[in-house]
Design a protein around this ligand. Structure first.
Ligand code: SF4
Ligand code: SF4
Length: 277
């Protein structure tokens, strides 16, 4: 079994507790306006645009697929900038054994792995196989998810997963639809299920400079549900790397510290005292 891997960070201290290897999968069912890595959203359709634009001929179209020569690549990211399809040709199809080789190199220095994306749960069978192997090394396995996968219906995945870091992008259904092009019913179901099953490691909400009312509605609703039983991270929106339609929707400025503090105080009032900004 193989999965498309966009990137591996051997040591990360922002993807869960302790030092962790972070593994980023390609493709996501959401299209968030504020996505900082929009090239992870879709799978490549081999249109060939990037091949013509690569300055060092590190890309080639072969048998209807794009082949990336990592040794020739100078990491200029021109291919990502010209891709009209929110994708990247710099993907590696790796097996769980390939990833285990990478994990074993750093196992003494990490507490576990975190799988992210894109949306890693798009590759559910791969995750079950990978986590089963990683746990034999005594390491923990965390999932970073946008909540588009029904965790409540998958006891096998929950058995091998130590926790989920869940994005709740907006609790208002219409605003969530506008922000991500997707419904949020499953996200809210997952929030409650993961909390009740003790698998909710952390909740995250990106707070926007242009929608204070939506920020407040989301922070109030999430805080009332979690009641301080897990960490709640409020991430200030930053416009860097955001595509044009996202900038038009979310704005061109960083969310202010004042807004972050205002929302932190609202979360506290609603019962969530473990808020990080
Ligand atoms: S990465 Fe983008 S530009 Fe390159 S072939 Fe795939 S879809 Fe086309
Ligand atoms: S990042 Fe690499 S593959 Fe992409 S255009 Fe630059 S040299 Fe070519």
């Amino acid at each position: 079994m193989k999965a498309p891997i966009n990137r591996i960070i051997p040591f990360s201290n922002v993807d869960g507790p302790g030092n962790r290897m972070a593994i980023f999968f390609q493709s996501c069912p959401f299209e968030c306006m504020y996505c900082h890595n929009p090239e992870t959203i879709r799978m490549c359709i081999a249109c060939g645009t990037c091949v013509q634009n690569c300055p060092v001929q590190a890309l080639e179209k072969k048998d209807g697929q794009i082949v990336w020569d990592e040794k020739k690549c100078v990491q200029c990211d021109t291919c990502i900038k010209v891709c009209p399809h929110l994708s990247s040709p710099k993907i590696k199809w790796l097996s769980t054994n390939d990833l285990m080789e990478e994990i074993k190199k750093v196992r003494l220095f990490i507490r576990g792995i975190t799988v992210s994306g894109g949306e890693c749960t798009q590759h559910r069978d791969f995750l079950v196989e990978l986590f089963s192997k990683v746990k034999q090394l005594g390491l923990t396995c965390l999932i970073d998810s946008n909540g588009s996968y029904d965790f409540s219906g998958d006891s096998e995945l929950m058995e091998v997963c130590d926790g989920v870091m869940l994005d709740v992008k907006a609790t208002n259904p219409l605003f969530h639809q506008n922000l991500t092009h997707t419904d949020n019913q499953l996200v809210m179901k997952n929030l409650k299920f993961l909390l009740e099953s003790g698998k909710l490691e952390e909740v995250r909400t990106v707070i926007l400079p242009t929608y204070p009312d939506q920020n407040e509605e989301t922070v109030r609703t999430v805080s009332r549900i979690i009641q301080g039983k897990c960490r709640y991270k409020l991430l200030r929106y930053r416009p860097f790397g955001v595509r044009k339609e996202g900038l038009d929707f979310c704005g061109q400025i960083i969310t202010s510290e004042f807004e972050a503090e205002r929302l932190k105080s609202i979360a506290k009032d609603e019962g969530s005292d473990s808020v990080i900004i």
